[in-house]
Write a new protein. Structure first.
Length: 264
């Protein structure tokens, strides 16, 4: 039963080495040994390889096979790949249509909603990205990643709006490391009124405590240390904790943004 997986891994190794013909042969051997209920994974892997080889029609065909065979509970995975392929091909309208279908058919999967937000952001359509994020949160209000993206997007509407969304987010997901990290970002921005290094440190402590696998928090820790020990704003009066900080219940939280990129 593991033979198909070995050939699958071999195909991906060949792809990484740029050996596309060898990768295709490995995928063929993989699909011949693969159980029927897992065959969609081979089609999906093959589609990614063909896309990397710039064989768009073949990639589409393989994704169609994957979509026909994937179990309903994991259908969102294939639909996301279909949307990304069309976006990569420059068919943004078609990618939107696929994601709209995904949101309708796989409403339980928050990642399809996130992808809709990121698609609009990559298309330089920030207003529609905000609309998509707000729609996503009406369905998945308990997903910290979506709240974090909305906080970032609200940067265009100003610091106070970011703070408002941050407080809303903490009421819904007080243990989301992504949300606390966004709070730290606004506290780390020396150009904003709420710049506060002490509060930023507390927020980052919460972020790491609640979501230690979220790498952005450690990047922000590094930025905090640079500002604290050597930055031109380290001794600014408003960098002290007099502006208030966050607690475990998020009562005095800060907002996100700070020039961050939600497409990560």
């Amino acid at each position: 039963e593991l033979v198909w997986k070995i050939w699958f891994e071999a195909a991906q190794s060949e792809e990484r080495a740029g050996h596309f013909e060898e990768a295709r042969l490995c995928y063929v051997r993989s699909v011949l040994k693969c159980p029927d209920n897992l065959r969609w994974k081979v089609w999906l892997g093959g589609a990614r390889t063909e896309l990397n080889a710039n064989q768009m029609p073949v990639a589409r065909e393989l994704l169609s096979r994957a979509l026909a065979e994937v179990p309903k509970k994991t259908r969102a995975v294939v639909l996301l790949e279909c949307a990304r392929l069309e976006e990569y091909a420059g068919n943004v309208g078609k990618a939107r249509a696929i994601l709209q279908k995904a949101r309708r058919e796989t409403k339980h999967e928050w990642k399809v909603f996130l992808e809709s937000v990121l698609l609009e952001l990559r298309a330089n359509n920030a207003k529609e990205a905000i609309v998509q994020a707000e729609e996503a949160l009406r369905v998945h209000s308990g997903t910290g990643r979506l709240w974090a993206v909305l906080i970032q997007l609200k940067q265009v509407e100003g610091e106070e709006e970011q703070l408002r969304i941050f407080h809303r987010a903490l009421r819904e997901v007080p243990k989301s490391g992504e949300v606390w990290c966004e709070g730290a970002r606004i506290k780390l921005n020396p150009l904003l009124r709420h710049f506060d290094l002490a509060a930023a440190r507390r927020f980052l402590d919460f972020a790491v405590q609640f979501t230690p696998q979220y790498g952005d928090s450690f990047i922000e820790y590094l930025r905090l240390e640079l500002l604290q020990v050597g930055g031109p704003f380290a001794s600014a009066p408003h960098s002290r904790s007099s502006n208030g900080g966050g607690g475990g219940n998020g009562g005095n939280g800060g907002g996100g943004g700070g020039g961050s990129n939600p497409n990560r």
